[in-house]
Design a protein around this ligand. Structure first.
Ligand code: SF4
Ligand code: SF4
Length: 81
């Protein structure tokens, strides 16, 4: 089975730096420095749980699943509430 990995994108125009993604992410993917927007600095830790996507109040996060071997990318769970 191919190892899944993920790209995480934060729309900086929408992010209000609330810190929810930092709190909910089980992989400690996000870093939120004082006065900055959320930065997905440790993408390699992402397990694709989608908690950040579902809980960001600004809908600012996209998680894109990638397959390592053929770089086939497809967007999943990109539903807007
Ligand atoms: S949960 Fe959304 S709005 Fe809050 S810091 Fe993370 S990306 Fe920004
Ligand atoms: S999908 Fe899950 S593991 Fe990946 S960045 Fe979001 S909360 Fe963290």
């Amino acid at each position: 089975m191919r190892k899944k990995n993920y790209d995480i994108r934060v729309n900086e125009s929408w992010c209000k730096a609330c810190g929810i993604c930092v709190d909910v992410c089980p992989g400690d993917v996000f870093v939120l420095a004082e006065g900055e927007k959320a930065d997905p600095a440790k993408k390699e830790n992402c397990t694709g749980c989608m908690q950040c996507v579902n809980l960001c109040p600004e809908l600012a996060i996209e998680v894109v699943e990638k397959e390592e071997e053929d770089e086939d990318e497809r967007v999943r769970f990109h539903a807007r509430r």
